[in-house]
Design a protein around this ligand. Sequence first.
Ligand code: 5GP
Length: 219
Amino acid sequence: MSRQLDVAARGGSRVRPADGILFVVTGASGVGKGTIRQAAVTGLGDIHFSVSATTRARREGEVDGVHYHFVEIAEFRRMLARDELLEHAEYVGDHYGTPAGAVDEALAAGRDVILEIEIDGARQVKAKRPDAVMLFIAPPSLVELERRLKGRGTDDEEKIARRLERAREELRVVREFDYVVVNDSLHDAVTSFQAVIRAERLRARRLSDAFVAELLRES
Ligand code: 5GP
């Protein structure tokens, strides 16, 4: 790829890391992770969003293979047994996991990857891939989060209570993350999310040898 093309593919950055960057985004269910991510990636060039496998029932409007790979528990267990998941966790009675193959393929092709996963999975990824960038999306308050979960109308009272308890647990360990974005104003949250991605792409230690050689070229 020519240098000009590299620059275009990276959304305008002149610096090109050797491999794709792995971004792990965690935040309570209902906090608006998906909305922020979808708005943020526009204008940031090529980013691969990892589609998780889950045993959870499909919600209205969710598309198999786009929002999740919806699988039966037996299939999920098979994936685990074949060591196909980069991480996995149980969340409020359902299983969720990140298929490793698609993530590794994208990273090896130099594409950045975003995982949207809960805290147990985020920790597993950090242990396996210490270079992963950990981003936490926090609600403005737990009261506001409860309001959003109830407004969404996809979970019963008991599930909402359990999701709020998980949110509380995650907030207690927020300092394990590299960055935190509070979803108070959507516009500000999107801007901050983009700033994290742009800054990480500019890290000097990620530069490929080829790029440094290019910087040193005298003719
Ligand atoms: P939801 O049921 O609301 O779609 O997701 C519930 C929680 O599971 C959210 O915090 C979401 O980020 C998380 N989650 C989604 N996919 C995965 C995954 O592949 N692994 C893990 N560990 N968590 C996931």
